[in-house]
Design a protein around this ligand. Structure first.
Ligand SMILES: C[S@@+](CC[C@H](N)C(=O)[O-])C[C@H]1O[C@@H](n2cnc3c(N)ncnc32)[C@H](O)[C@@H]1O
Length: 287
């Protein structure tokens, strides 16, 4: 059953996403868009970034001359998106039931946002809304984490995180291949007082070096021992893994054609190391 709720769960940590994953993910995602989508578009094409988050990717696309709308369910994420991409339009709505008919030459959804859609019926509802929002011949490109890849990487270990002078966070993904369900947990520590000891501040600066990731994650795993007075909170985000065949079938049933799948490196054989990029098209005279 398709619900009428709006997905708002990123409201609580939009401030953190805006400083951390937002800039990092948009820098990663512009490359597949440049290889898989943008060459097929005219210079003044109109794009929708579905589940646009804090809008850094929207801004990348605006800078390339496109006219871009961002849609997200989280009001707090969109508050940052307005600041990051002041020339863009933004729509506060749910991906499962938005209505912007015949407007866009292309719709993108990146950083595995659609894994947050927890049932295939809801995902089909998203595909239907996308189909309606596209102009004839319009393109839809999105990436998903898939079961083989999640089984390999989502093993309940810390995979990314950061320590700053005022806060620290770590991301722990978990996946159960028996029912394709998963979640990722964000563990957050926030300083309550002015600052830690100077030596410790220096250590945190050193630990922010990119090549010290393993050591940083080790410290983060026991961060409560390091900073017992920092406020500790945890947030859980449920996701679902969808096999490639299920997605292909749902896209075809919606009416999409020219369905193709590849990795970020353009490999048509999706393996367990990479997410899957699906690209498809609304046909001419699509109903
Ligand atoms: C992992 S973030 C990705 C954000 C952005 N695409 C990026 O690459 O940084 C997932 C985003 O999807 C949004 N989202 C998840 N489910 C949604 C839904 N059903 N409707 C609208 N937005 C949704 C969340 O609010 C969040 O901003």
């Amino acid at each position: 059953m398709v619900t009428n709720d709006r997905y708002t769960q990123y409201d609580t940590w939009a401030w953190l996403y805006n400083q951390t994953m937002g800039p990092q993910y948009s820098a990663n995602q512009i490359r597949p868009l440049e290889t898989l989508l943008l060459p097929a578009l005219s210079a003044n094409a109109r794009l929708l970034d579905l589940c646009c988050g804090t809008g850094q990717l929207v801004q990348e696309l605006i800078q390339r001359g496109y006219s871009v709308t961002g849609l997200d369910g989280s009001e707090a994420m969109l508050d940052y998106a307005h600041q990051n991409a002041p020339q863009a339009e933004f729509v506060l709505a749910d991906a499962r039931h938005f209505h912007l008919p015949d407007q866009f030459d292309a719709i993108v959804s990146t950083s595995a946002s659609l894994n947050h859609i927890l049932s295939i019926d809801d995902l089909k509802a998203v595909f239907r809304c996308v189909y309606v929002a596209l102009r004839d011949n319009g393109w839809f490109l999105f990436d998903l984490n898939h079961p083989a890849q999640m089984t390999r990487w989502w093993q309940g270990q810390a995979v990314e995180g950061e320590i700053t002078q005022n806060y620290a966070w770590v991301l722990i993904p978990v996946y159960d291949p028996r029912d394709d369900s998963g979640y990722f947990k964000i563990v957050l520590f926030q300083s309550q007082s002015a600052s830690s000891h100077p030596l410790r501040r220096m250590l945190y600066r050193i630990l922010s070096l990119r090549w010290l990731t393993r050591l940083r994650l080790k410290v983060l795993n026991r961060f409560q021992n390091w900073e017992p007075n920092w406020r500790h909170s945890e947030m859980i985000y449920h996701v679902r893994g969808y096999p490639e065949a299920t997605i292909r079938q749902a896209l075809a049933e919606t009416g999409f054609t020219e369905i193709s799948v590849q990795t970020i490196d353009g490999n048509p054989q999706v393996d367990n190391k990479h997410s899957a990029y699906f690209r498809c098209r609304k046909p001419a005279n699509g109903k």
